[in-house]
Design a protein around this ligand. Structure first.
Ligand code: IPM
Ligand code: MG
Length: 351
């Protein structure tokens, strides 16, 4: 198979972890006789520095015409502490999600047997955790009307959802639940927010189309609590954009390191794959960041391209590296810590 993959390394540790995912993907492609054409393009602070825009039109062209997009990270500290900055790297990510129609952000949380004791939670609480969030990604407060009034002394952001937006993300959740353990949790704040009541009402109406799926409705604050108490009780969760942003960061550390969890953003056409972690500027250029979340994001990409064996080959070699202690410093725990690039080389070689 010939694949064209858009490669957006982005900022911070993005380029380093992306390099490893490329090595691993190329090794898999070679093993299974595929050919990958990588097309690099600019995003984030790197793009602002180069062309003054975090998601340039040329980058959009590359992404829109690719079979998939592999993405590193976005963000730079020089923008974080400057609330008056007119152009910010994160705007690039939001624009990209919107222009590519990536309305569903799929964020799994699972555990690795060899890392159970690295989790901040107790072993018996997390062993066997395997859940997945479907976070709505192109609506809600991220894209609602915002502004200032009262000479700048009052600010507002609004959370708006349409029934159709809720239906399409809920459909993804129901479909995933059908393939998994047939349990779906609708996360909302329907005791307070009107937009949440629309979510709940819409999902309730859809229940009849999926009679086998057992649906629970839980408030976001309760989910935040139960997620660290009994993560095993969850299977598929659907959330609006900002609740999902917060809960998926919380869920990602259950596995033991933030550097482990992959994600996919899907819509109607091309999909994008990226690690859940951010740009981790303190580690940029040091060759110490954990590349596994990005490597596992590439596995999700192969899966979605219909290449299940290729995806499984990547997951197997990742498990092998963890079991054999071929890990970066976040997981080394006093043992030998390998460089980002060494882990990538080892994975590619062992494929
Ligand atoms: C994420 C990130 C982004 C978000 C930021 C960088 C805009 O936190 O992908 O979760 O809030 O969606
Ligand atoms: Mg986030």
């Amino acid at each position: 198979m010939k694949l064209t993959i858009a490669l957006l390394a982005g900022d911070g540790i993005g380029p380093e972890v992306i390099d490893q995912a490329v090595k691993v993907s190329d090794a898999v492609a070679k093993k299974f006789n595929h050919e990958i054409e990588w097309q690099s393009a600019l995003t984030g602070a790197a793009a602002i520095d180069a062309v003054g825009e975090p998601y340039p039109d040329e980058t959009h062209e590359v992404c829109a015409n690719a079979d998939a997009v592999l993405f590193g990270a976005i963000g730079h500290p020089k923008f974080d502490n400057d609330p008056s900055a007119k152009v910010r790297p994160e705007q690039g990510l939001l624009k990209m999600r919107q222009k590519l129609g990536l309305f569903a952000n799929v964020r799994p949380t699972f555990t690795f047997p060899s890392l159970i004791d690295k989790s901040p939670l107790k072993r018996e609480r997390i062993e066997g955790t395997d859940l997945v969030f479907f976070r709505e990604l192109t609506g809600g407060i991220y894209f609602g009307k915002r502004g200032r009034e009262d000479n700048g002394d009052t600010a507002y952001d609004t959370c708006t959802y349409t029934r159709a937006e809720v239906q399409r993300i809920a459909k993804k959740g129901f479909e995933a639940a059908m393939k998994r353990s047939k349990r779906l949790c609708c996360v909302d704040k329907a005791n307070v927010l009107e937009s949440s009541r629309l979510w709940r009402e819409t999902v309730q109406q859809m229940e009849k189309d999926y009679p086998e799926v057992e649906v629970s409705y839980e408030f976001v604050d309760a989910v935040a609590m139960r997620l660290v108490q009994w993560p095993k009780e969850y299977d598929v969760l659907i959330t609006e954009n900002m609740f999902g942003d917060i809960l998926t960061d919380e869920a990602s550390v259950i596995s033991g390191s933030m550097g482990l969890m992959p994600s996919a953003s899907v819509g109607s056409k091309v999909s994008l794959y990226e690690p859940i972690h951010g740009s981790y500027p303190q580690a940029a250029g040091k060759d110490i960041a954990n590349p596994l979340a990005t490597v596992l994001s590439a596995a999700m990409m192969f899966d979605d391209l219909g290449l299940a064996q290729e995806a499984q080959t990547i997951r197997d070699v990742v498990n092998k590296s963890l079991a054999e202690g071929m890990v970066t410093e976040d997981l080394a725990d006093g043992g030998k810590a390998y460089k980002t690039s060494e882990v990538g080389d080892w994975l590619a070689k062992n494929i």
